[in-house]
Design a protein around this ligand. Structure first.
Ligand code: BTN
Length: 265
């Protein structure tokens, strides 16, 4: 199955039955001259990619999608796009839960996860490739758990149908496409990242709380004090110093809620 649709705004989308990874597919298309904006959605993936080189389990029933953009976004602003994307996912999931009477809290977790009732419902992986000195390709990869979630994970995980039994994977994808466009335009115009950062902070998990950040080679404990202008997590260490962190995994400390790292996703 390959169904290509053109939106009225010039953003196209293609749906594939099966692919290794929609991010990998987007990067291959870019190498073959595709400029986007193009959404590539797959019903399942055989080699779904997660952050920090982890696997993203991708059985049919969930959203697996990547947006290919060729935009003059300077590398320094790339991180900002992950906050734009997290807000878009938050908006999309929120709209799908609009009719749910007892709706659990929906939050964003640094750097770019979305949590429903404190459990991860979505993951985002941004990849970029420089095809020429002035041509950067951006791939915004998004997974949203709709019908199921993996059992062995780094972080407690959930899926939409646990809270909204009628949630439909295509409707969630369509809500995502719409929400992303709106947040992207908010970021590109107006107050740009300042506005995105403010909205993100209103929905954020763990700000002002004791957290543990796991990095590939160590862990850091401190208080999640602020979000820097560049999207860095500002950690207040026990000696009073501030430490900006640009990539890592965040866990709340001493709540019994956030799990200790153990699995893949
Ligand atoms: C994470 O580890 O939290 C990020 C997971 C990102 C998964 C999505 S699914 C669609 C896209 N294609 C991939 O291979 N990965 C991303």
């Amino acid at each position: 199955m390959t169904e290509e649709l053109a939106g009225t705004d010039g953003w196209r989308s293609v749906t594939l039955e099966d692919v290794d990874s929609t991010n990998a597919d987007a990067l291959r298309r870019a190498q073959n001259g595709e400029k986007g904006p193009l959404w590539i959605r797959a019903l399942c993936q055989s080699q779904g990619r997660g952050r920090q080189g982890r696997e993203w389990v991708s059985e049919p029933g969930n959203v697996y999608a990547s947006l290919l953009l060729t935009e003059p976004v300077e590398p320094g602003r790339l991180t900002q796009l992950s906050f734009v994307t997290a807000l878009a996912v938050h908006d999309a999931v929120s709209s799908c839960l609009a009719t749910v009477a007892e709706r659990p809290e929906l939050t964003v977790k640094w750097p770019n996860d979305v949590l429903l009732g404190g459990a991860k419902i979505s993951g985002i992986l941004l990849e970029s490739s420089s095809l020429a000195p002035d041509c950067n390709v951006l791939v915004v990869g998004i997974g949203i758990n709709v019908r199921h979630h993996p059992q062995t994970t780094l972080y407690p995980t959930t899926h939409l149908r646990d809270h909204c039994p009628k949630a439909d994977v295509t409707a969630v994808f369509e809500a995502l496409v719409e929400a992303f466009k709106a947040r992207y335009e908010q970021w590109r115009g107006g107050k740009g990242f300042a506005e995105i950062r403010e909205v993100w902070l209103e929905r954020a998990h763990g700000v002002g709380q004791a957290v543990r950040i796991t990095l590939p080679d160590r862990t850091l404990d401190g208080v999640f004090e602020a979000l820097g202008d560049d999207g860095a997590l500002i950690l207040r260490m026990s000696d009073g110093t501030q430490y900006p962190i640009h990539a890592g995994d965040l866990f709340l400390q001493n709540t019994g809620r956030d799990a200790t790292p153990q699995g893949d996703e």
